[in-house]
Design a protein around this ligand. Structure first.
Ligand SMILES: NC(=O)c1ccc[n+]([C@@H]2O[C@H](COP(=O)([O-])OP(=O)(O)OC[C@H]3O[C@@H](n4cnc5c(N)ncnc54)[C@H](OP(=O)(O)O)[C@@H]3O)[C@@H](O)[C@H]2O)c1
Length: 295
């Protein structure tokens, strides 16, 4: 089975490519520019440069590869960047997704879209799949609009929403625990939100859930996240304690005390019962995730 992965050079990209290859799938990794995915040459891996905002390139890659499934992980994924470059975010996150959907339809590929807790407003917290989206920032708006396009796809679609994905970084962009470690090593005071609530997700757990979506041909919306409810400040303190570093450098702040270009939803977190039932989804605790991140 041939799986095309977009955003393969991104943080999650490596985990997707690695686990899919380990499971015996043929992986067509795609990304902007040269390959930065650190996997060994293999008969079951090919990299194709593909900016998915270029419809001609998308057409050519799909025509050549004819994927059975597409995991659309590529995105403009930083909320502040999306807020400051709204046209760019729309082009990448919405128009890019539509272009991929149109091409996937030619080959009736199963289309799996990576989405986010940021489609919710953060008032209620602990969201289920059928809760109403109501994004508070532009990143969330683009992901929500892309979700609507995915729902129109005729040949089997899955929307996998996730939250604060972390783990060891292999392709450049650091995950939250690694960022905290870097700040603590520099002995910098670091302000961390303590009025937001998340259920952080270990990257390998998320990818196992996505592989299960493919294997079981599970369609519809799935919430895949860790099970522990933590604020970013609490996560940062756990990192400091785990690494036996000085947690007094970490200062709790609220959204009203520290302004950022994009608003964040306050309380997110997912109920993952549907994924557990349908996919056999499992997640490890944050402490175990830190052990794996820093091993
Ligand atoms: N990480 C999280 O905590 C989290 C939480 C919820 C949802 N998600 C979703 O999960 C997915 C993966 O996230 P991630 O953490 O892996 O993000 P990431 O590290 O920012 O990776 C995204 C990748 O998409 C690529 N990309 C951007 N525009 C592109 C284009 N026009 N054509 C081709 N590739 C393009 C980027 O390329 P360059 O590297 O060349 O810029 C980057 O490699 C995203 O859809 C994100 O919205 C992530």
């Amino acid at each position: 089975m041939k799986i095309l992965v977009t955003g393969a050079n991104g943080f999650l990209g490596y985990y997707l490519v690695k686990q899919l290859m380990d499971k015996g799938f043929f992986v067509i990794a795609t990304g902007k520019g040269a390959c930065r995915v650190p996997v060994k040459q293999s008969d079951s891996f090919v990299y194709s440069e593909m900016d998915f905002t270029d419809p001609f390139r998308v057409h050519d890659v799909f025509a050549q590869m004819r994927p059975d499934a597409v995991i659309h992980s590529g995105a403009m994924s930083k909320p502040d960047e999306c807020e400051q470059d709204q046209w760019g975010a729309y082009r990448v996150n919405v128009e890019g997704t539509i272009s991929l959907l149109l091409n996937a339809a030619e080959y009736k590929s199963h289309f799996i879209f990576l989405s986010t807790d940021f489609v919710f407003d953060g008032i209620k917290g602990m969201y289920q799949e059928n809760d109403l989206a109501n994004p508070v920032n532009y990143y969330g708006k683009t992901k929500s609009e892309a979700e609507e396009a995915v729902k129109e796809y005729e040949y089997g679609w899955s929307i996998v929403r996730t939250i604060t994905v972390y783990g060891k970084s292999y392709t450049g962009r650091k995950s939250f625990p690694e960022l905290i470690k870097e700040k603590l090593e520099k002995k910098e005071v670091y302000y961390v939100f303590d009025d937001q609530v998340r259920t952080p997700t270990y990257a390998e757990d998320l990818v196992s859930g996505i592989v299960s979506v493919i294997e079981k041909k599970a369609t519809g919306i799935y919430h895949l996240s860790g099970g522990e409810i933590l604020t970013p400040y609490q996560m940062a303190c756990e990192v400091a304690d785990y690494l036996q570093m000085d947690r007094s450098l970490l200062k709790p702040v609220t959204a009203s005390e520290l302004s950022q270009p994009a608003l964040r939803p306050l309380k997110t977190g997912f109920i993952t019962g549907k994924a557990k039932r349908d996919l056999g989804f499992k997640s490890i605790g944050f402490r175990e995730g830190l052990e794996k991140t820093f091993s």
